[in-house]
Design a protein around this ligand. Structure first.
Ligand code: GLN
Length: 541
């Protein structure tokens, strides 16, 4: 039988529920339990696929091609598992399902209402994931903040689950923020209010995770415990840290997992955390350092490229190397007079995925700079498309080459819509999505990185390499080093005359994990280290 943990959040959004869920999951896995994770998003969008990355952060893609909330990325990285579309649903998905059922007449004339029909559909999805995953423990995170207009149906649903499966099988964790006044005085009132709002919806939290800038004093913990009705041992400090992978260790020290295990009447197996600890140690004290420029239209402060940032860290762990990111705004790049200055001290350049023409010419300039200066380069999806465009224009002499996404009238559409994509009007869930195989050329840097001939990677794009240009571009030195199994689609390209310049039509960043760094990111960081050493020798000479 599955045990259920529900994680809610209070006071502000981005309080850290996703990382809390992922970190707790890691501690339970290390005690030998099978853990599954679920994110529920109360917004009306049917999925995250149509949401603006600047507002909402990256759209994460699962193996089965769901466009999901970025928290699923945290779950996969911390838990070391791969999730399916059943690990994320929204109000929009729940309502669509209920309305479709109503139209089919399945409610047999009943009045269809928030309670019980919407709440039943929410519970059905939670129970189904528990059953089908065969998890010992299912951790469900409720997105948004308690007190939002959209959250009550979800809170009622998880309250009901507590009643239906027995309170001893369910645990409620509330993540809240300790506020600080400008002169540094801590305030617990916002936390008290958010717990009260949760209680009004019928839930008394068992554990309170307090996100805080400074250590929580004993006095503060006592106060929170008394006012929120949570036992003192259940008031956990969650101090801000730059190293998210350290958070499981911080919780472990405070006995969070022991408490959870005890409350759920589970056997407390000794935790095996050595491998995780070692990884965190490597991350904190790397032997080497490199700097990579990420050239995209979203820069510092947004979560638009969070899986890319994490995958770079993982590649760093594999090479005992700290990877520093330099954010370069692609939109303003064409106006910068001296690219040498922009890329000074940079050991590699990465152009990530994206949509729309804004910033494209800057990305193409960055590709050119990497090619001409023999700087290691990794192009992801749109980044690969920019690499092809740059090569077509500046090496193969195809003037005005472009993707039809950015210039529908280009004389050389080296990147073009796939035939299946023509005529599609709906934007949601209609791209080439999810896991596809790719066959590697054995005589390539790509193969050297993966060390295997067939790979599986996740996709999310509408446009593809145009096969009409295969011959001319490859004859000029663009190696088509990865193809779909039937050879129809170009999935990977690399430059022959360059130490390490690879573009991939897929998103390798989604499959990288701290305990299992992705081969391409490993190889990219290694290439950056080698470049840095070469550069150092050159300077000394
Ligand atoms: N906009 C490009 C396409 O649709 C690239 C997408 C991406 O980078 N994810 O093909």
């Amino acid at each position: 039988m599955t045990k259920y943990i529900f994680v809610t959040g209070g006071v502000v959004s981005s309080v850290g529920k996703g990382i809390t869920t992922a970190a707790l999951g890691r501690l339970l896995i290390n005690r030998g339990y099978k853990v599954m994770a679920l994110k529920i998003d109360p917004y009306i969008n049917v999925d995250a696929g149509t949401m603006n990355p600047f507002q909402h952060g990256e759209v994460f893609v699962t193996n089965d091609g769901a466009e999901t909330d970025l928290d699923l990325g945290h779950y996969e990285r911390f838990l070391g598992i791969e999730l399916t579309r059943h690990s994320n649903f929204t109000s929009g998905a729940v309502y669509s399902e209920v309305i479709a059922k109503e139209r089919r007449g399945e409610y047999l004339g009943q009045t269809v209402q928030l309670i019980p029909h919407i709440t039943d559909e929410i519970k059905r999805r939670i129970y189904q994931l528990a059953r089908e995953s065969g998890a010992d423990i299912l951790i469900t995170e409720i997105g948004g903040t308690i007190g939002d207009f959209e959250t009550p149906p979800f809170v009622w649903a998880i309250r009901d689950i507590g009643r239906e499966v027995g309170r001893e099988n369910v645990l409620y964790i509330h993540v809240s923020l300790i506020a600080y006044l400008s002169w540094g005085e801590p305030k617990t009132k916002p936390t008290q209010h958010s717990v009260r709002a949760l209680q009004e919806l019928g839930i008394q939290p068992d554990i309170l995770i307090c996100r805080t800038r400074k250590p929580l004093t004993e006095e503060l913990r006592r106060k929170i415990s008394i006012f929120c009705g949570v036992p003192l041992e259940g008031v956990i400090e969650s101090r801000d840290t730059d190293i998210v992978y350290e958070i499981p260790l911080i919780y472990e020290k405070q006995g969070l997992a022991d408490l959870v295990i005890r409350k759920l009447n589970l056997k407390n197996n000794p935790p095996k955390l050595d491998e995780w600890r070692e990884m965190v140690e490597k991350l904190k004290n790397p032997k080497h350092h490199v700097t990579v420029a990420i050239v995209g239209k979203y820069t510092k402060g947004s979560d638009a490229y969070i899986s890319v940032q994490e995958a770079l860290k993982h590649g760093g762990i594999a090479n005992d190397t700290g990877v520093k990111i330099k954010w370069v705004d692609s939109e303003s790049l064409p106006r910068r007079r001296d690219l040498r200055k922009v890329f000074a001290g940079v050991d590699g350049i990465l152009v990530p995925g994206g949509f729309g023409h804004r910033g494209i010419e800057g990305m193409i300039l960055a590709v050119k700079y990497a090619r001409e200066n023999k700087i290691p380069f990794l192009g992801l999806c749109l980044g690969m498309q920019c690499m092809v465009i740059e090569f077509a224009r500046n090496v193969a002499g195809l003037k005005g080459a472009n993707s039809t996404e950015f210039d529908p009238n280009t004389p050389h559409p080296v990147i073009d819509l796939m035939p299946e994509q023509r005529g599609i009007i709906d934007k949601g869930g209609t791209m080439r999505l999810g896991l596809y195989p790719c066959i590697l050329d054995r005589n390539s840097k790509a193969f050297e990185a993966y060390k295997q001939p067939i790979i599986l990677e996740r996709h999310r794009h509408r446009y593809e390499f145009n096969n009409d240009y295969r011959e001319i571009l490859s004859s000029k030195g663009l190696k088509l080093c990865g193809l779909s199994p039937g050879g129809e689609l170009v999935e990977m390209v690399e430059l022959e005359d360059h130490p390490w310049m690879i573009g991939v039509q897929f998103h390798p960043e989604f499959r990288s994990k701290p305990l299992d760094p992705h081969p391409l990111f490993r190889a990219f960081v290694k290439a950056m280290l080698e470049y840095k050493n070469r550069k150092g020798q050159g300077e000394r000479r």
